[in-house]
Every structure is written in structure tokens, then in C-alpha cells.
Design a binder for this molecule. Structure first.
Ligand SMILES: Cc1ncc(CNC=O)c(N)n1
Length: 235
């Protein structure tokens, strides 16, 4: 009882960081993204390789749209952030995307996936459109950085879950899991989370409420993205 009484609905309780209140409040939907059947199948080794290849090709397209999105966050942090170190965290994220694009090309050739002939599927198109809408100058920095943290953290938690004790990840997919599930990427996500919590501590209730809506949208888009990867017919 004590515990629940402390949870603030608006996220303005200064004792509990906003991201913590959201993760408690939206636990089920969040776990739906980080424990999706596609992720579970990678973890237990039952993954269908055609699903993996589909994911690989689609995610390459997503990551290419993600780069200008991160660039727009960098711009917003330069204009709107009160903390100089934000820019360095975001820049670090951008730098790793450069490496990531090369990794995708290399991985695709290993699995005989032709990246130039991948046709973006609906879930991907919708997600990329969503990213583009967040690049608008109308979107406040705290809202945009919230979405950014959520996007990175769903991948980090999903792939870190694959690497947990007792996993049966196929050899060919270990590197993929390591890419987002490694400790360094975890620390980077924690830094982003810290930025979000600090930003929202200072933000208005209106901006905080808007950030929560976008947090949930990210989680929903991530679920749709995994659904698309396993070839869900409803896509
Ligand atoms: C659909 C999706 N969400 C998050 C990430 C992780 N961020 C950058 O790589 C990703 N690659 N793809």
C-alpha cells in the first residue's frame, strides 16, 4: 500500500523519476515489446531464419531513417538543453550508428540479404513516418529525447534478455544480440534515461504528459516492428 501511494499519476512526484513511474504504470505493454515472441524465439533458439532475415533488411531501412532523427535531437539539445553533457551522449549515439550501418551491410551479405532490394513494409513505413513527425521544430526537446530513449532502450532490453543465463541463442545470432545487449549500450541507455528524467523534472505537466504519450507510441511501434519481422499476417 505504501508503495502504490507513492506512485504519482502525473509523474511529478520528485522522489520517483518519471521514467520509473511510466515503466511501472505501463509494465505489461513495455514487456510486450521487450519479451516479444520474436525475441523469445531468438533467446530459446527456435527462431525462424527467414524472420531474422526479414528483420535484418527492414531494420537497415529503419536505421537509415533513425540517423536524421538523431541529428534532429542533436540540434534540439544544442538549442534547448540546459545541460552541456547531453550533446556528448547524443553524439556518441550518432557515432555508433555509423558503425551500425556498416555492420548491417556486412551482416546482410553474410546472410545473402540484398539490402538494395528490400521493400519497406507498412509497420516500418509507419514507424519511419512517426520519426519524421518528431523531427518537427514544434516537438519540444524533452518529448523528442523521451522517444529517443524509449527506442534505444526497447532494443537494449530485448537483446539483453536474449543473452541472459540459460539462453540458447544460435551462434549466427550471437553478434546481433551483443550489438544491442552489451553493457556499453546499456550504460548509454541509462545516460539517456538520466537525461529524460532531468528534463522532465523541469518540464511543465503538459510537456510531461505529451512525452508519456510518445513513450507509449514508441513501444507500440516496436511491437508492430517485431510483428512484421515474424511475418504476422495482420501486417
Ligand atoms: C526498430 C528499431 N528500434 C530500435 C533500434 C535501436 N536503435 C538503433 O539501432 C533499431 N535498430 N530498430
Amino acid at each position: 500500500m505504501e508503495e502504490t501511494a507513492k506512485i504519482s499519476v502525473t509523474g511529478t512526484d520528485s522522489n520517483i523519476p518519471v521514467t520509473e513511474t511510466w515503466l511501472r504504470k505501463h509494465r505489461l505493454i513495455y514487456d510486450g515489446a521487450t519479451r516479444h515472441p520474436f525475441i523469445v524465439s531468438i533467446r530459446d533458439g527456435s527462431v525462424d531464419f527467414s524472420s531474422f532475415k526479414r528483420w535484418l533488411g527492414q531494420d537497415y531501412i529503419f536505421v537509415r531513417s533513425f540517423v536524421p532523427f538523431v541529428a534532429s535531437i542533436l540540434m534540439k539539445s544544442w538549442k534547448e538543453s540546459t545541460d552541456e553533457s547531453d550533446m556528448e551522449v547524443i553524439l556518441g549515439g550518432m557515432a555508433s550508428l555509423n558503425d551500425e550501418i556498416n555492420w548491417f551491410k556486412n551482416e546482410a551479405s553474410k546472410h545473402h540479404v540484398s539490402l538494395t532490394s528490400v521493400v519497406p513494409q507498412n509497420a516500418n513505413i509507419n514507424y519511419c513516418r512517426f520519426l519524421e513527425s518528431l523531427m518537427s521544430s514544434e516537438i519540444e526537446y524533452p518529448v523528442a529525447i523521451t522517444a529517443f530513449w524509449a527506442i534505444e532502450s526497447v532494443y537494449q532490453q530485448s537483446f539483453a534478455h536474449c543473452l541472459e543465463e540459460g539462453n540458447r541463442v544460435p551462434q549466427e545470432l550471437k553478434e546481433t544480440c551483443e550489438r544491442w545487449g552489451n553493457e556499453g549500450f546499456g550504460a548509454y541507455c541509462d545516460s539517456l534515461r538520466g537525461i529524460v528524467d532531468l528534463c522532465l523534472q523541469k518540464a511543465s505537466a503538459e510537456v510531461t504528459a505529451k512525452a508519456e504519450v510518445f513513450f507509449l507510441s514508441v513501444v507500440e511501434h516496436e511491437v508492430e516492428f517485431w510483428n512484421m519481422s515474424i511475418g504476422d499476417a495482420s501486417m
